[in-house]
Write a protein that binds this ligand. Sequence first.
Ligand code: ATP
Length: 485
Amino acid sequence: MATDSWALAVDEQEAAAETLNKLQLKEDTDPAPRPQSNGADPVDNGEAAEKAAGEEDDKEDKATQSLLNKLIRNNLVNTTNKVEVLQRDPNSPLYSVKSFEELRLKPQLLQGVYGMGFNRPSKIQENALPMMLAEPPQNLIAQSQSGTGKTAAFVLAMLSRVNPANKFPQCLCLSPTYELALQTGKVIEQMGKFYPEVKLAYAVRGNKLERGQKVPEQIVIGTPGTVLDWCSKLRFIDPKKIKVFVLDEADVMIATQGHQDQSIRIQRMLPRDCQMLLFSATFEDSVWKFAQKVVPEPNIIKLKREEETLDTIKQYYVLCNCREEKFKALCNIYSSITIAQAMIFCHTRKTASWLAGELSKEGHKVALLSGEMMVEQRAAVIDRFRDGKEKVLVTTNVCARGIDVEQVSVVINFDLPVDKDGNPDNETYLHRIGRTGRFGKQGLAINMVDSKHSMNILNQIQEHFNKKIQKLDTDDIDEIEKITN
Ligand SMILES: Nc1ncnc2c1ncn2[C@@H]1O[C@H](COP(=O)(O)OP(=O)(O)OP(=O)(O)O)[C@@H](O)[C@H]1O
C-alpha cells in the first residue's frame, strides 16, 4: 500500500475494516477470520481521514484495485495477442489444448468446469493447463493481465492434484490479502462443487485453531503471514507434504511490505519436488526477480496485454476559469449533443461529490464512485452503470484502471490527470480515454482546462502522445454539435 500519505493510510484502514464487517456478515458460517493487515500501522485520527477525503486519492492500493476487478468481472478478457511460451526443456514437445476434454480431467472436475459455463480453455489456459497438469509436475511462472483465466487455471491444477483420501494439506495457495484469498476460495469451491471430498481451509489472520491441532483440509489458501505461522511456529500444516504451491498476484504481493520475505520463507520449507506456480498480471523487474527466487527451473508463459490507443478518439479541450465555469461548459455540451453514457473524472472526492450533486440537480441520472466507498459498493455502482441504470458516472481516479465500460462513448476529464508531484500522468490519461482493439469504435474525450498550469499539463500530454487536442468553444452550440460528426 502507499505509505507516503499517512492520512490515506487511515482511510484505507477504515475501508478495510468496513469491508471486513460486511464480509463477516455474508460469511456467517466462517469462524470470523480477519483481514491481513495491509502493511500500514493503524493510526487513529479522525481529522486525518477527513483531510484525506478532500485530497487527491489517486494512490489506490493494488490489492483493492485487483479485488474490484474481480468483483466486476463476469467473463474472460479476450486478447488478440499471442501467448509466448518459454520451456525449460526446449526439446520436449509444446502441448496446447483446445478443449477441456483433452486434459483428461477427473469427471467431477470436468463437470465443475462446464458448470461454471466454460466451454473451452482461454488463451493462457491452452498452454498453461497442459504444463501444470503434466507428469512429472513442472514449475511455471505465468503473466497475463487480469481477467484472462489465470485463477481458474491454477484452481483446476490444485484440484487435479489432491488426493482426497489424505486428510492433510497438499496444495497451498498464497494471496496478498484476506479479501483476495476469499475470492480465490470461492472459485475453488465453485469448481470443486462436484468433488465434495476435497475440502478447503482459509489461513487468514483471526482464523484460530487449537494449539497442537492439524489442518485436515487438502487445500489451504491464505495470506503469507498467517500461512508462515501455520507452517512454522504453530505447526498446523506440515509443509513437507505440500505437492502444489501457488503464489497468486505476485505483483500485488510484493507491493506489500513483508510479504515477499514471508513468501520466500514459506517456499523454503517446501519439498524439492513440490510444484511451484507463480502468477502475475504485470511483469516488471521486481516481480521477475521475486518470481525467480520462488520458482526454480521455471517454464514461462506470457501474454502481452492489449495495447490501448488514442487513434480512434477525438480529443478536445475547453478553457474555463473555475469549477463553476467548467460545470457550465459541461451543461452546454450536454444540451447540444446526445451523450448515451459518459464517465467524468475529478481530482478529488470533494469535487466529484459536488459535481455529482450539481448534475443531479440538472436532472441527470448520476452515479458517484469514490475512494471512501467499500470495494463491494463500488462494484455495485459500476454494475448499475454498465446496465445503463445511470447515464453519467462521476469518479475520482480510483476506478479509472481496468474498468471497461464498452458503451461509454464520452470521457470528460473535469480535472486533468496528474501524479502526486503535479506532473502530467500520461499513463492514466491513456487508460481513461484510450481504447483497445476490442472497442475500436470512435470515442470522444473532453478535457477541462482552468489555469495556466493545467494548460501546460494539457500541452505536455499532447506532446507525449503526439496527437492534437483541439480547442472547443462551449458557448458556440454549432461548434459543439460538429464534434459528433
Ligand atoms: N475457459 C474459460 N471460459 C470462460 N470463462 C472463463 C474461463 N476461464 C476463466 N473464465 C472466467 O473469466 C473471468 C476471469 O478469469 P480468472 O479470474 O481466472 O482470470 P485471472 O487472470 O485470474 O484474473 P484476476 O487476476 O483478475 O482474477 C472469470 O469470471 C472466470 O470465471
